[in-house]
Design a protein around this ligand. Structure first.
Ligand code: ADP
Ligand code: MG
Ligand code: MG
Length: 889
């Protein structure tokens, strides 16, 4: 393969091969922008080097050839004594990655060529400044010398000279500093600073390769789920100098504001400076707008180039540039990072400018960003004291008293206190405390740590790996930078969207985006902010594009109404268990304990009107939209008292010789119904088949409610769903009874009800025999939560806290299969069942009602396999709508 590409040979689509920096340097070169010439060594070369442990001969030859060409173009040789060509060696992977080797500038300078550079530039100071920078950067990043030693020597030089900033050091001072720096290298690295320019370059290239496997880089990749086998490219770029005096300088810029998306002049500039000086904060930078006064010609040219870049990349770009004696050079560009809010604004702005169309606008935003915009947030106006920052592991804004162990978290929260659980790291023993807490803060661990995984699963705010915080769980306190001590009970606030940690209570305000979805803020209204306007428009794009319909999981009228406001096109899952709880428990107990037919019928008869009323309200809230009602699913013991509690009651009554006949009967029933593994026991359709009259009562309540709504000129569209079916026979029996009840209600009321009957597909056997099941089902709803459990053979409640972290860390899961559908396993079963079902019944309606219905990646999958709708919790509906639109465009 070809290992080296000249900047003129690449383009922006070659990021895999040339890394982001290299691909974009090539793109700019080919756009005719002023980029200092150079070449890029490919990620393939890096991989080959890392695999074999040595530079392949072909690579060395190709680098030589490209260096020759570069020297010819520039008219001077690398490190040439009287007029040296200098280069930078810059790392650049496909994704920008902290922890990779830093760039080394001014390669090619030596004791000899520094003289030549001074003479050519007519500036001694500049030459020695460049040389000391080389030794400093090279010493630190290539030879592994502690960077502080150089910084301290530099500080000492400034102190000796009684000056404040480095530009006030003169040539002679810098020359002395070079001697000092070389000594540091010799002592610390055990070798002389290399004087041979090619050796400098080769060592730097190798160091970049090796930094791919540095500990920090590996950690970052694990956290961000970047594959470990991509490798990094290396860019060799001829130097331009911003440190040649006041008519030179270096800066960074954005083509628009990455926080708001507004177009304008955003950036920083620093005169007489090189490389990282701008961001390192060694001297005060000026706002980019001031460059217009300093160097109008370069400023105008820069504005022109920024426009060219925007029109070319059709997006916000960030750039690095340098001015050398009035001549502008472009050193880097990329499509810039932005906040979630800016992403929405920029996408609509670009549509308005005619640069992109609606379909493309949908690709510029995503559901995760929308979800982020929907979390309540800390009031930005509030006066707060930030004391630390960790990894934003699970979004949200949480306020509470700091507690340092799970026990206290539970105890305090029971007495009504809001608490934040602070730990060094969490483990399965902390689960109770995590559930009790408003949020979780840890000082160790990354995005896949136990705390992060479990918190995300629970939808709980979490900041992890806040390393500046010293957590002392024994003494129940933590020390924040600056020495302040947070004791148990002190209030802290954590922001899971930014990772920031604050002392005291930061006020929380609802998100304007949720206010908009709730209908409390209107797009187009005068006070609506730009963000709401942008979200409104993007949602409209998505709704126009999407094929998947979006329904809600909602059990009562209140949730249903909210879901409707959020854009739900129906209810995909109405659970009915709550209709058996509360003050109806007693009726249910009687039903379960019934010895005779008559007793059982008596309690069912009492339950009927209550449940009918629930359905009337629900159908009214969702008038005109489909409502899928799932018949009773959970095991019966969930409706009976706790076994231990009841045993105690019986024992007490016995010892006091009080009458306890009822308790005893109940206890016997509890024992009878007790199951080793309730998830796989007597539940779902099995209940309907062994408890006569239970399902028919529910069906009757649904049918009568529908008839009543019709009588009131309503438009009820109920769908009856049978859970946990494994074979078509189960469904056929239940169906026959249901059809009969519906016919009876129709006859009695004179209404035509058009109730459809379908099933959940949540057992592997159901999926495998979907073709048969479709004979008796008008719709399938994939229950992907249970299907994931049964296909993998693990129960969610038992595994998430115990071994998922280990699985994530070992890379067995990229992400929990409960969060994103496991496409290869569970997903392929869904796809096959959908196909088999439709083969039997072409108009079979297909939906999904697991947690996955609101997960962006899963929504794309369900679109691809041709489902008709996804159903998710009301709050996730906007995300599902957006992602369904993105999937279709
Ligand atoms: P990073 O990936 O950290 O941005 P860069 O490779 O972009 O690292 O380089 C670090 C700094 O050095 C940047 O400010 C960049 O503009 C500057 N720089 C890199 N190469 C050159 C060069 N050939 N001439 C002048 N400045 C350079
Ligand atoms: Mg850097
Ligand atoms: Mg850079």
């Amino acid at each position: 393969p070809k290992f080296v590409y000249d900047f003129t040979e690449g383009n922006k689509d070659l990021k895999d091969l040339l890394g982001g920096k290299g691909a974009n340097l090539a793109e700019m070169t080919n756009l005719g922008l002023p980029v200092p010439p150079g070449f890029t060594i490919t990620t393939e070369a890096c991989k080959t080097y890392l695999d074999s442990g040595e530079e392949p001969a072909a690579l060395r030859d190709e680098v030589s050839a490209h260096l020759d060409a570069l020297e010819a173009k520039m008219g001077k040789k690398l490190g040439q004594a009287d007029d040296p060509l200098l280069v930078s060696v810059r790392s650049g992977a496909k994704f920008s990655m902290p922890g990779m080797m830093d760039t080394v500038l001014n390669i090619g300078l030596s004791d000899k060529s520094v003289q030549g550079l001074a003479q050519q530039a007519g500036d001694d100071r500049f030459a020695w400044d460049s040389y000391r920078r080389l030794i400093q950067m090279f010493g630190k990043t290539v030879l592994g010398v502690d960077g502080d030693l150089f910084e301290e020597a530099l500080e000492a030089a400034k102190t000796a000279k009684k000056v404040a900033v480095d530009t006030e050091l003169e040539a002679a001072d810098l020359k002395k500093l070079v001697t000092k720096f070389k000594k540091i290298v010799k002592t610390e690295a055990g070798r002389d600073f290399p004087q041979d320019p090619r050796e400098q370059m080769d060592l730097a290239i190798k160091a970049v390769f090796e930094s791919w496997n540095g500990e920090r880089a590996k950690l970052y990749r694990r956290q961000e789920r970047i594959p470990h086998d991509l490798g990094t490219a290396v860019n060799v770029c001829s130097m331009v100098f911003g440190n040649l005096g006041p008519d030179s300088g270096t800066g960074v810029a954005f083509t628009r504001d990455p926080a708001s998306g507004h177009q304008g002049v955003y950036g920083d500039y620093l005169q007489n400076a090189q490389g990282e000086d701008v961001v390192a904060g060694i001297r005060n930078t000026v706002a980019l707008a001031e460059l217009e006064q300093i160097d109008k010609k370069s400023y105008d040219q820069l504005m022109q180039i920024m426009e060219t870049l925007e029109n070319h990349y059709l997006d916000l770009c960030d750039i690095e540039f340098t001015i050398e004696r009035g001549q502008l050079w472009m050193l880097q560009t990329r499509v810039g990072k932005r906040t979630a809010g800016a992403a929405f604004r920029i996408a609509t702005q670009l549509v308005d400018q005619g640069l992109i169309d609606e379909a493309e606008a949908l690709q510029r935003v995503n559901g995760a960003q929308l979800a982020q915009l929907m979390f309540p947030r800390f009031d930005e106006e509030a006066k707060v004291e930030k004391v630390g920052r960790g990894i934003a592991a699970s979004p949200g804004a949480a306020v509470g008293k700091a507690v340092f162990d799970s026990y206290t978290a539970v105890k305090w929260s029971r007495s009504g206190e809001k608490v934040i659980l602070v730990r060094r790291e969490t483990n399965p023993d902390d689960l109770d405390g995590m559930i009790a807490a408003e949020g979780i803060l840890t000082s160790r661990g990354g995005k896949t740590s136990h705390a992060a995984v479990v918190a995300r699963g629970m939808g709980k705010t979490c900041v992890c790996g806040a390393e500046e915080l010293e957590v002392d769980t024994k003494r129940r306190r933590m020390t924040v930078p600056g020495g302040h001590v947070v004791e148990e009970g002190d209030v802290i606030s954590i922001d899971g969207s930014s990772g920031k940690v604050y002392l005291g209570e930061v006020p929380v305000v609802p998100s304007p985006v949720v206010e908009y979805f709730e209908g409390r803020m209107h797009a187009g209204a005068e006070d609506a902010d730009e963000l709401v306007e942008a979200v409104h428009r993007i949602m409209a794009f998505a709704d126009r594009k999407r094929r998947l319909r979006v329904r809600a999981n909602a059990d009562n009228a209140e949730d249903a109404l909210r879901a409707r406001r959020f854009g739900a096109q129906g209810i995909g899952l109405c659970r009915t268990e709550h209709m058996f709880l509360g003050d109806r428990r007693e009726l249910v107990e009687r039903l379960i304990l019934a010895d005779t037919e008559a007793e059982r019928e008596e309690s069912l008869k009492e339950l009927l009107p209550l449940q009918k009323q629930d359905f009337v309200e629900l159908f009214e809230a969702m008038d005109g939209l489909p409502v899928t009602v799932r018949l009773l699913d959970p095991p019966l013991h969930e409706f009976l008292p706790d076994i231990t509690e009841l045993s105690v009651r019986v024992a007490l009554a016995e010892s006091r010789q009080e009458p306890h006949e009822n308790e005893l009967r109940l206890l016997q029933a509890v024992h009878r119904l007790h199951e080793q593994n309730p998830m796989l026991g007597l539940r779902g359709v099995r209940l309907g088949l062994v408890i006569p009259g239970l399902f028919t009562m529910q069906v009757r309540a649904i049918a009568e409610a529908a008839a009543e709504r019709k009588a009131h000129k309503g438009d009820p569209r109920a769908e009856i769903m049978i859970p946990l079916v494994g074979t078509v026979q189960e469904l056929e029996i239940v169906r026959e009874e249901a059809d009969q009840v519906i016919a009876e209600v129709e006859a009695a009321t004179g209404a035509r009800l058009k109730l459809s009957i379908g099933t959940m597909i949540e057992l592997p056997r159901a999926a495998l025999t979907a073709g048969q099941i479709a004979e008796a089902a008008e719709f399938f709803s994939f229950g992907t939560n249970d299907l994931t459990q049964t296909v993998w053979g693990f129960s969610r409640d038992d595994v998430e806290a115990s071994f998922f972290t280990a699985y994530l860390e070992k890379g067995i899961f990229g992400v929990s299969p409960f969060e994103t559908i496991d496409k290869d396993g569970v997903g392929s079963l869904v796809a096959a069942a959908a196909q088999a079902g439709r083969a039997t019944r072409p108009d079979l309606k297909l939906g999904v009602c697991g947690e996955h219905g609101g997960d962006p990646e899963s929504v794309h999958f369900f679109h691809e396999v041709g489902l008709d709708y996804v159903s998710c919790s009301p709050f996730r509906i906007p995300v599902a709508r957006l992602e369904a639109g993105r999937a279709a465009s």
